[in-house]
Each structure stands twice: as structure tokens, then as C-alpha cells.
Design a protein around this ligand. Structure first.
Ligand code: NAD
Ligand code: MG
Length: 380
């Protein structure tokens, strides 16, 4: 029996993690944390019996406390609550599936409490990878990737030495607007951008996939997870989303992980690593698939990727600026306050005016985040 805590249990990754818990009989849920969907949280509590539940908003937490008072569960709130869910004594693995850099502090707390991390929350590594990776080594805990590309890379590296990596081939679907030019993106509506061709995910990452910011975040995530240089990561567009990523080794051999798009595979792989378990669902039918095609990413139209590369090259606090500006820009786009292409303007303007901090502490990362938010509020 393995005991887990899930941060972001009501989201896309969180609910699929609970499906894995339902299917595999030897996982136990110690704690759940979520933002505000207490209706779904209550259903999850009644089904999975966690001893602790964290709700971000105290008002909602109070309501939930009332609704589950017949059960033996403690309901906490705010950042203190989220940290408690991340460090709950019984949990061996913490699934970090909250969206955004709100995940930094609970991830650090979980590592310090000796928990392995099943990491979906890429924004945490993008902004604080230089703190998280050494901390995990220091505490002897594993960071197990849940992002499908990084899980594919992780699986391709099984039994291999990391110093034999030539390069990582990070695959991208290209998003719903692949093939379009800048002029054709001017009037993109929220509904258009929320239609991802191959994956069904939370709103923020779906927009990030359309701007290619997601692929940029994933490049930085890969750099931290696998300890490679930026020049060793190549993004390849592979629109069918069949190859989830590949590794080229120094002898020229390329090892890839393929499969139908289903996040339950990387979730399950992270939770049971190094064991593989049965997972139902469709299998690849290569004859029917016919072909798998490849393209270069269009870096002139989809500025999310080159902006991320620039932030990564500058390093330090610049990746926080890139990420925080994008988080706010996407939230404004979803509320129809700014246009699709303005997301790029907002990120690049924030990056231009920022004075780089080479090796930011946690406090400096959080201050940089706040500065970016304040600037965006004053400007857009
Ligand atoms: P989502 O929006 O569907 O879910 C986010 C979850 O975080 C929800 O449960 C929400 O309640 C919770 N949350 C938000 N703010 C919170 C707060 N302040 N306190 C506590 N909980 C809070 O997002 P998602 O698509 O599941 O993505 C989660 C993370 O996983 C993101 O970092 C994303 O980039 C990454 N990821 C997702 C997918 C996918 O298929 N959805 C794939 C790869 C990586
Ligand atoms: Mg991914």
C-alpha cells in the first residue's frame, strides 16, 4: 500500500490521479487540496476518505467543514493549509497538480518533509528549479515527472546513464493553430484557443499549448529534470501526438516512448516507478495510423517558444518573469481583457524591463512574481 497526497485534486491531472487510485487497489489517499470546487471535493472525500483536506479560500473551507461534519476529516485553508496537505505525515508521495507557481512553497515543504514528488506542476521547476533540484538531492527524494513528454524522456532513460545523452527531442503537437501565420492569430477567440487537437487539459495549459508557451516551459522543465544544457534540447513538432518524446544518445541511437494520448499512463508510471502496471484503454494501431510526421516549430509566429528560450538563456529570475507574466496574461485572455497576441507583448515587455537577479532566493522569486503582477495591472 502506497499513501499519497494530491495537491490540485479537482483539476484535470488531479481527477485522473484519483481514477488511477480507483483502478489500482493499493493506493491510499492521505490528503487532498484544491482551490474552490467544494462540491467535487466533497464527493472525493466521501469516496477516498482522506484525513486532511485543504481548500484555498477560507469561506469555502468553512462551508465544506459544515457539509462533511459527519466524517472524520480535518478541513484547513490558505497557504498554511496547502503546506499541511503537502507534508501530511502518512503520505510517501505528493502529486503536485496545482496550476501555476503557487506550487513552489508546497513542493519545497514536501521535499523537506522527505516526500517523493510526482510533478505535474511545471511552473514550479521553471521558476525555482535551481532551488528544487538540489533540495531533492539533499533530502534523498525523487522528482518523478508526470508531464507526458518528461515521462517519455524518463522512460527512455531507463537503464541508461545520463552523461550519455546526446540530446533530448521534445515533441510538440503544434497546438490548434499550427500552420497559421501571425496575421491569422489576431482575432483568435477564447473558445478557439481552448480546443486542443489531441489532449483534454485544464484551461491554462490549453492556452499555453496554443501559444507554444507550454513547450517553452517544458524545455526549461526538461533542463532541470534531466540536467542537460539548453543546446541539448530540440523541439520537434509531431502533430499526431503519438511519440511523447525521445532521447538521442552519444552513439546516435534514439529511444522514444510512444502511445495513445492518455495522462493516466505518466501519472501511474510516476506513482509506481520503477514498476509498470496494467492500464486499460486504446492501443496504438500503426497500420491504421499510416504515418507519423515531423516539422520544425514556427518560432516566428508562436513567440512562446523563443521567449522561453531567451528567459532560460538569461536564467536567474528571468524565468520567473516569463512565467508570471504568462500566468497573468493567460488569466486576462481567458477573461477577454486582452487579445491572444497580447499575451506575447505582455511577456516580452515584462522581460525587457526586468533587472536580472542571478541566483534568486525563494523570497526574491516571490517578490519578482509580485512585481510582474503589479506592472501588468498598471499597464493592461
Ligand atoms: P486544472 O486547472 O485542471 O487544475 C488545477 C487544480 O489546481 C485544481 O484542482 C484547482 O482547484 C487547483 N488550484 C488552483 N489554485 C489553487 C490554490 N491556490 N490552492 C490550491 N489548489 C489550487 O489544471 P491541470 O490541467 O490539471 O494542470 C495542473 C498542472 O499540471 C499544471 O501545472 C499543468 O501545466 C500541469 N500539466 C497538466 C497536464 C494535463 O493534461 N492537464 C499535462 C501536463 C502537465
Ligand atoms: Mg506536456
Amino acid at each position: 500500500m502506497k499513501t499519497i497526497s494530491i495537491l490540485g485534486s479537482t483539476g484535470s491531472i488531479g481527477t485522473q490521479t484519483l481514477e488511477v487510485v480507483e483502478e489500482q487497489k493499493d493506493l491510499k489517499v492521505a490528503a487532498l487540496a484544491a482551490g474552490s470546487n467544494i462540491t467535487l471535493l466533497e464527493r472525493q472525500i466521501r469516496k477516498f476518505h482522506p484525513s486532511l483536506v485543504a481548500v484555498w479560500e477560507e469561506k469555502k473551507a468553512k462551508e465544506l467543514r459544515e457539509n462533511v461534519k459527519d466524517l472524520n476529516v480535518k478541513v484547513v485553508s490558505g497557504m498554511e493549509g496547502l503546506l499541511e496537505a503537502a507534508t501530511v505525515a502518512e503520505a510517501e508521495i505528493v502529486v503536485t497538480a496545482v496550476v501555476g507557481m503557487i506550487g513552489i512553497r508546497p513542493t519545497i515543504a514536501a521535499i523537506e518533509a522527505g516526500k517523493d514528488i510526482a510533478l505535474a506542476n511545471k511552473e514550479t521547476l521553471v521558476t525555482a528549479g535551481h532551488l528544487i533540484m538540489p533540495l531533492a538531492r539533499e533530502h534523498g527524494v525523487q522528482i518523478l515527472p508526470v508531464d507526458s513528454e518528461h515521462s517519455a524522456i524518463f522512460q527512455s532513460l531507463n537503464g541508461e546513464r545520463r552523461d550519455k545523452i546526446g540530446k533530448i527531442l521534445l515533441t510538440a503537437s503544434g497546438g490548434p493553430f499550427r500552420g497559421r501565420k501571425r496575421g491569422e492569430l489576431e482575432n483568435i477567440q477564447v473558445e478557439d484557443a481552448l480546443k486542443h487537437p489531441n489532449w483534454s487539459m485544464g484551461q491554462k495549459i490549453t492556452i499555453d499549448s496554443a501559444t507554444l508557451v507550454n513547450k517553452g516551459l517544458e524545455v526549461i522543465e526538461a533542463k532541470w529534470l534531466f540536467g542537460v544544457g539548453l543546446d541539448q534540447i530540440q523541439v520537434v513538432v509531431q502533430p499526431q501526438s503519438v511519440i511523447h518524446s525521445m532521447v538521442e544518445f552519444e552513439d546516435g541511437a534514439v529511444i522514444a516512448q510512444l502511445g495513445t494520448p492518455d495522462m493516466k499512463l505518466p501519472i501511474q508510471y510516476a506513482l509506481f516507478y520503477p514498476e509498470r502496471r496494467f492500464l486499460g484503454g486504446k492501443r496504438l494501431d500503426f497500420a491504421q495510423l499510416g504515418q507519423i510526421t515531423f516539422e520544425e516549430p514556427d518560432m516566428e509566429t508562436f513567440l512562446g517558444l523563443p521567449l522561453a528560450m531567451e528567459a532560460a538563456r538569461k536564467g536567474g529570475s528571468m524565468t520567473t518573469v516569463f512565467n508570471a507574466a504568462n500566468e497573468r496574461a493567460v488569466s486576462k485572455f481567458l477573461r477577454r481583457k486582452v487579445s491572444f497576441l497580447q499575451i506575447y507583448d505582455m511577456i516580452s515587455e515584462c522581460m525587457e524591463r526586468h533587472h536580472l537577479i542571478e541566483n534568486p532566493t525563494l523570497d526574491q522569486i516571490l517578490e519578482t512574481e509580485q512585481e510582474v503582477y503589479d506592472f501588468i495591472e498598471s499597464r493592461w
